[in-house]
Design a protein around this ligand. Structure first.
Ligand code: ACO
Length: 336
């Protein structure tokens, strides 16, 4: 889609928040339970440690903490929200939605609340969906959360996936901009190719393979991944998606002040940044501390970047994600 200098959506990110579990699991900790090494994990992925929840903590618990932090920064009360959208590959339940659970935890009722399922691309999908509701006037104050407890669906005996994942949540608040403002969301690009669904999948627990003794025995409730194929797909699609979102915003990579990619593998991030000639100081990296937190990774990155003064009013921020589905999504935001 050729759009030239795109008109801003009229929707801005008012505040961001994040929450990660306190428990740190280092690569050296994993060396004790898996046939792996700190050196392998660091050089192949960039990960040094990740945060892992206790058994009794679910995604909505992290979502609530992230949401309350964002609400506090904006000076909003939970009852000010008229839409709650949660992206998660590890929802509390298949239903009710984690968004509805979160709403109850926030102590309110009445606002729309639903989940978005797009695995690691979930946050960009949810942001786009909620922003469209604000743009249309269906909602005025929206909460978008990416929340994950991937540690709950990882096979802790499978070194090819267990070392990659971490738990966490990030939240953003959306509201309309002033008339004529050039701030906020400038473009969004979403894509999917369902033919690659088997490359990244939690096979059992849904209607295809409902929970049974057999599915548990076969470990079909664990996340399965063809790492090599996902890697190739990711390197290509991160660049393609970024290019399309920038084009839709009428911008080029030279305009980007901060690139905030989904944190799945540092080599994937480096390859996509190289494609655009983006210098390292314009790329936000925190995979070393959190691993892959799926739908939570971009909002966590935004919250950290803002807290460290790396996001200033007027900055052009490029968000790019890919994940199971296969899915991908990118957005360009002028920070406000
Ligand atoms: N420690 C030590 N060795 C390991 C480990 C480990 N943790 N994991 C795999 N290996 C071994 C393999 O068995 C293999 O050994 P072999 O050559 O004897 O068969 C060797 O290391 C190389 O394995 P590869 O899979 O080729 O390693 P690669 O360089 O591709 O790195 C990785 C693997 C890190 C998984 C990479 O492919 C990757 O990052 N893929 C993308 C993953 C991703 O982005 N997923 C995102 C979505 S997750 C979600 O949606 C929730």
């Amino acid at each position: 889609m050729e759009q030239g200098k795109a008109k801003p959506w009229g929707v801005r990110i008012r505040a961001v928040g994040m929450a990660v579990p306190e428990k740190v699991v280092t690569n050296h900790d994993l060396e004790k339970i898996l046939d792996t090494s700190d050196e392998w994990i660091r050089t192949r992925t960039g990960i040094r440690e990740r945060r892992i929840v206790d058994r009794d903590v679910a995604s909505s618990d992290l979502a609530e903490r992230a949401a309350r932090e964002a609400l506090g920064k904006a000076g909003w009360e939970p009852q000010d929200l008229d839409l709650i959208v949660v992206a998660s590959a590890t929802p509390d339940h298949i239903f009710p939605s984690t968004a509805a659970v979160l709403q109850a935890k926030l102590g309110v009722a009445g606002s729309g609340a639903f989940d978005v399922s797009a695995a690691c691309s979930g946050f960009v999908y949810a942001l786009s969906t909620a922003a469209a509701q604000v743009k249309m006037g269906v909602a005025r104050r929206a909460l978008v959360v990416g929340a994950e407890t991937l540690s709950k669906i990882v096979d802790w005996t499978d070194r090819s996936t267990a070392v990659l994942m971490g738990d966490g949540a990030g939240a953003v608040l959306l509201e309309p901009t002033e008339e004529g403002s050039d701030e906020g969301i400038l473009s969004v690009y979403l894509g999917a190719d369902g033919r690659g669904g088997d490359l990244l999948i939690q096979p059992a627990g849904g209607s295809r393979y409902p929970a049974s003794e057999e599915t548990v025995r076969q470990g079909l409730h664990y996340l399965k991944m063809n790492g090599r194929e996902v890697f190739k797909f990711a390197v290509q699609i991160m660049g393609d998606a970024a290019e399309e979102a920038l084009k839709r915003a009428g911008l080029t990579s030279e305009d980007v002040d901060l690139y905030v990619p989904h944190q799945a593998n540092q080599r994937i991030i480096d390859a996509s940044a190289r494609r655009f000639g983006l210098p390292a100081e314009k790329v936000w990296l925190n995979i070393d501390r959190y691993g892959n937190t799926s739908a939570a990774s971009i909002p966590i990155a935004l919250a950290e970047a803002e807290a460290q003064g790396r996001l200033k009013k007027g900055d052009i921020v490029l968000l790019v994600a890919f994940g199971g589905g296969l899915t991908w999504g990118a957005a360009v935001v002028r920070w406000s």
